[in-house]
Design a protein around this ligand. Structure first.
Ligand SMILES: [Zn+2]
Length: 135
């Protein structure tokens, strides 16, 4: 009888040879931390959230790492307009997700690019977007 167990891989240590899936790419891009509050996946559960909830959209700019509490807050109907203004929700399918700025907890306003990276958001685009969704 063997008592040897294989330790669970830590979130940032993928088993050797495993090709990173879209989900893993998103977690690596977002440094295993909630986009909105910065909670790290070692401190609590961080999910790959869709900025278009309920849609099976695999584009990188649609996805971001978000913790449980922030998902609850972002998707609350009472906070919908604010979540759109801050880029966490995409209001309709005809918006280009790579063009909608999103507020990162540490890096400020960024856009999520098709090639799986962040870029600093254009400040005029941010101003326009925020003004459009002021309540
Ligand atoms: Zn969070």
């Amino acid at each position: 009888m063997s008592t040897t167990t294989t330790p669970e891989p830590r979130p940032h240590q993928l088993p050797a040879g495993l090709t990173a899936s879209l989900e893993e790419h998103v977690l690596v891009r977002d440094q295993y931390a909630c986009f909105r509050c910065g909670l790290h996946s070692l401190e609590g559960r961080v999910w790959v959230f869709s900025r278009r909830p309920g849609k099976g959209n695999a584009e990188m700019p649609v996805r971001m790492a978000v913790c449980n509490d922030c998902i609850t807050d972002i998707t609350s109907p009472a906070h919908r307009r604010r979540s759109i203004r801050l880029g966490y929700l995409i209001p309709a399918d005809n918006f280009n997700p790579a063009a909608i700025p999103v507020l990162h907890h540490r890096n400020g306003w960024v856009v999520l690019t098709q090639d799986g990276k962040w870029a600093k958001a254009d400040e005029f685009a941010v101003r326009d977007w925020e003004a459009r969704w002021e309540s």
